[in-house]
Design a protein around this ligand. Sequence first.
Ligand code: SF4
Length: 190
Amino acid sequence: MIGKSPLNIHAVLPASTVNGPGSRMVIFFQGCTKGCRGCFNPDTHPIGPRESFSVEDIFSRFYSTGLEGITVSGGEPFLQHDGLMDLLKAARERYNLNTVVYTGFPYEDILETTALSICLPYIDVLIDGSYEDERKEKSLLARGSTNQRFHFLTDHYDLADFHMPGKVEVIIGSDGMIKETGFSRIDILH
Ligand code: SF4
């Protein structure tokens, strides 16, 4: 059994090229209390249960060869720090995938909080900071607003790797709904 803590998940994209370098599985955690004005994905805010996945479920259902890494976004991943660590550890150690995590918590706060900092050894790139609508990122750099910082915790990537080939991808969900993902709103279009 991989990972003991079930995760409350908003959505999983099996493969995306606009949420970090290369082809990446993107896992959107459910639940965030920050309330940033203009947040890309307000449907991720409610803390209550949405879809419960074990780490094993996530990889058995969504892993495919050819993935370069995983990107964890939200919602706020660190509100589920035990499950987050299990997910990142499995990605690294069992699937040889690198890891990118977006968070509204400042890196310094994560470093100083033992329960959160246990995740850091399994993260290649941490992008931190609350979204600020008035400082929206207008280039193809993979962040929502220009106050957000890239922390390269290993030498796997550098900033040049986070200039994306496009701003958004259009995807068709298993429910047949057309959606978009990337650094614009993640919205249901029809
Ligand atoms: S931008 Fe991130 S931290 Fe801010 S409300 Fe949205 S999910 Fe939460």
